[in-house]
Design a binder for this molecule. Structure first.
Ligand code: SF4
Ligand code: SF4
Length: 436
């Protein structure tokens, strides 16, 4: 059978087996929850509650008037104990609302939009914002903005990312198996907003049960499942568009330039829950894995749960941890400490041992060209690394550096262990500063 795919990429050890057949377990809410005021791409939020105030589960506790922003909500009922600047997993520190759980699980009054078919796009988008829905595949861009492209941009296709191409992770996989109807209903809402007739869900062929589950759920709809070759980074927006639709997003362009909007399957389910059940994003499915984890699992946890509590619950051997990562091993964020909370973009928590990490011992480039062949964006990673060494940032930009999606394929494949992605990230940061 012909499988959809793109040019380039790599195939690292999948390491999905440890958790792929484990049903999602619910982690009881902790005594203290730490909710950061920045869980999306955009402006930080201001707390809308005060210390000592009683809050209800699902109540909005942070918001902003900035255009690119998305509110956050209390994951439990309880009392606001502290509001202070604390470390969070997206690097650095941010204002955090600390809530003591009263264990009453008392919900705030939940507004719904059950009759969404009769609602206007403005009403639907306003509700998506109100429920704090962002791209929960990792990027966390506010969904109400992504679903509202400029009027002169014609969108004809919706593409759902169910690839979950990062090794170890199974949170999207479990969602597609356990709650496919939520994804499908969410997709229908997105299709109405975008005014498109056609949607595709891209899923890698290493998830045959999820493919079967979604195919069944798609019956009688205008939504189709596209089986993708298991190849990293198949879930990259531009790679997914090339694989499923054979369209090339131009350099520097967005998917909308070729008439496409891409959403994660988890985001579609969040839209269903937000509009039809009235619940904002207050919990997340997190795959907990890695060889230092005694009991790997897929866990539904409240936003604001500290990583150390999850690692304790999963019987993690701290002495074996070489690297703690939020997300997957390719694009995830290394965590220097365990005392940081789950945020909307937390899809995995990996406690990796020395055997699972690639100790950093770079050697000289042997000009083998493997990094160029692996680059899914047709870029020149080895040249970027050389230019970065001599701080020639502008030249890096001239060679389309900003098209790099930071997938890490070049570093992964390099036989000389060159820190290519690291040099690229530094170059991109420098270029952004130069452009200001
Ligand atoms: S893969 Fe590594 S060794 Fe080969 S050309 Fe690229 S940087 Fe050089
Ligand atoms: S240059 Fe960027 S896009 Fe290309 S392989 Fe390296 S990290 Fe990925």
């Amino acid at each position: 059978m012909n499988l959809f795919t793109f040019r380039g990429g790599v195939h690292p050890p999948e390491n999905k087996l440890q958790t792929e057949n484990l049903a999602t377990e619910v982690f009881s809410a902790s005594k203290m929850l730490y909710v950061p005021m920045l869980q999306h791409i955009g402006a930080p939020l201001e707390p809308t509650v005060k210390i000592g105030e009683k809050v209800l589960k699902g109540q909005k506790i942070g918001d902003s008037e900035a255009f690119v922003s998305s509110p956050v909500h209390s994951p439990v009922s309880g009392t606001v104990k502290k509001i202070e600047v604390m470390p969070f997993p997206l690097s650095g520190k941010v204002t955090t609302v600390v809530i003591e759980n009263d264990e009453q699980e008392e919900w705030a009054e939940l507004t719904k939009l059950e009759n969404w078919e009769a609602a206007s796009n403005e009403e639907i988008l306003a509700m998506i914002r109100e429920k704090g829905i962002v791209g929960i595949g990792g990027a966390c861009f506010p969904t109400h903005i992504k679903l509202n492209p400029p009027k002169d941009v014609k969108i004809d296709t919706l593409l759902l990312n169910g690839a979950e191409c990062e090794p170890y992770l199974n949170s999207d996989n479990r969602l597609m198996l356990e709650e496919p109807h939520k994804i499908i209903e969410g997709i229908k809402i997105i299709m109405k907003v975008l005014g498109v007739e056609k949607a595709h869900i891209g899923i890698e062929d290493n998830k045959p049960e999820a493919i079967a589950s979604m195919k069944k759920a798609c019956e009688g709809t205008k939504i189709e499942v596209a089986m993708l070759k298991t190849q990293y980074p198949q879930g990259g927006e531009k790679q997914l568009i090339k694989a499923v639709l054979d369209r090339d997003v131009p350099s520097g362009g967005l998917p909308s330039a070729v008439g496409v909007v891409v959403q994660n399957t988890g985001t579609a389910a969040a839209i269903y829950e937000g509009l039809l059940e009235g619940t904002p994003i207050i919990e997340k499915i997190v795959t907990v894995s890695g060889l230092a984890v005694g009991k790997p699992m897929n866990l539904k946890v409240r936003i604001g749960t500290m990583f150390n509590e999850i690692l304790d619950y999963a019987n993690t051997n701290r002495d074996q941890i070489e690297k703690l990562v939020m997300g997957g091993p390719m694009m995830g964020m290394a965590q220097p400490i365990e005392q940081v909370p789950v945020v909307k973009g937390t899809s995995g928590l990996l406690a990796l041992t020395k055997d699972e990490t690639n100790p950093y011992k770079p050697k000289s480039c042997i000009v083998c060209g493997k990094c160029i062949k692996a680059c899914p964006m047709n870029l020149l990673p080895n040249m970027y690394a050389k230019l970065a060494r001599f701080k020639r940032w502008e030249e890096m930009g001239e060679f389309h550096l900003m098209d790099c999606i930071e997938c890490g394929s070049c570093s992964y494949i390099c036989p000389a262990n060159r820190p290519l992605t690291e040099a690229i990230k530094i170059g991109k940061a420098k270029l952004r500063t130069l452009k200001k």
